[in-house]
Design a protein around this ligand. Structure first.
Ligand code: DON
Length: 307
């Protein structure tokens, strides 16, 4: 039998000397204060067992990883109708790029680039005030992780609200094409708060477990989405979850994954486990440098690649 704890410990020890490599995101000023030495790994298998190493219990800003969960909520609310607003193709552009949006008539390439995620948040906001929508996202994460101790880091939310000019432009651009139902500032209020959710690797891995177990959360036995929907969300994570670094991540790691500029990555090994890693130093695509290396080592040692 594979000794997962030994593997996780070995990966953590092997990569620890490289902590601090990469560049911590500083375009959201509050994120620039995070200690670049942090490094956590959590593997939660579909039987609920957790294998942790390093700073796996420390909460960090999940940022774009939240887009997986808002996509799930939007699909639950609106079904396949969401694909009138966003595409399902890799963008080949940076996460915050605006260029394609004009050529493609205000339909963002996929739900994970910022423009697409803002369009998805607009759909989550339907029938809610921004406060209610934020509450719905937070409650959804608590329900998935089966833990109450998940909150929005208000300092991070305020920091991005004060400096997120590019996202303001993207939201207004979408609105100019008639592709947002709500005012840009309302949608962005929700978006900045979902990105500012603070969770540990362990909590995040637990929250992603439904994607590893055909749509059912093995911690609670609750069906979250259908098997088909889980498969499709995983497909989007694999093809678009790391923006213009998605091909490289698939090549090296071979798992559906979603990154965030806080340095976290959520990866899904279908039928096996949900994995979260955190190291704040980012590569040139804005994805965690050490995090991707840790996942590469994990799939090499466990044979968990989907290929
Ligand atoms: O919208 C932003 O720029 C951030 N709140 C999230 C970006 C992000 O995490 C990109 N992923 N690597």
């Amino acid at each position: 039998m594979t000794d997962l704890q030994a593997i996780v410990d070995e990966i953590h020890a092997a990569l620890s000397p490289r902590r601090g490599e990469g560049r911590v995101a500083d375009y959201i000023p509050q994120l620039a204060h995070v200690d670049p030495q942090k490094f956590g790994i959590a593997v939660v298998t579909t039987d609920g067992a957790a294998f942790l190493a390093g700073d796996a219990e420390e909460a960090f800003s999940i940022q774009s990883i939240s887009k997986v969960f808002t996509l799930t909520l939007a699909l639950g609310k609106h079904g396949e109708g969401i694909w009138k607003r966003v595409g399902r193709e890799p963008s080949g552009s940076a996460f915050n790029s605006i260029v394609q949006l004009e050529y493609e008539g205000g339909i963002p390439r996929n739900p994970f680039i910022n423009a697409g995620a803002i369009a998805i948040t607009d759909l989550v906001l339907a029938g809610h005030t921004p406060k209610e929508a934020i509450g719905e996202v937070v409650r959804f994460l608590r329900y998935l992780a089966d833990e109450e101790d998940i909150i929005v880091d208000q300092a991070v939310a305020r920091s991005e609200q004060a400096t997120g000019f590019r996202n303001v432009a993207l939201a207004n651009f979408l609105r100019s094409f008639g592709k947002l139902d709500h005012a840009a500032e309302l949608v962005l209020g929700v978006y900045f708060h979902q990105c500012a959710l603070a969770m540990s690797c362990r909590q995040l891995a637990r929250a992603g477990l439904f994607l590893a177990d055909s749509g059912t959360n093995p911690l609670t036995g609750h069906r979250v989405v259908s098997h088909l929907r889980a498969r499709r969300i995983n497909a989007l994570m694999l093809t678009c979850g790391h923006y213009d670094g998605s091909g490289d991540f698939a090549y090296r790691v071979g798992l559906p994954g979603k990154s965030g500029v806080g340095g976290g990555i959520l990866a899904v090994a279908p039928g096996k486990a949900s994995i979260a890693v955190w190291s704040p130093g980012l590569n040139e695509n804005g994805n965690s440098l050490l995090g991707a290396l840790a996942l590469e080592m994990l799939t090499a040692r466990t044979g968990w690649s989907v290929f």
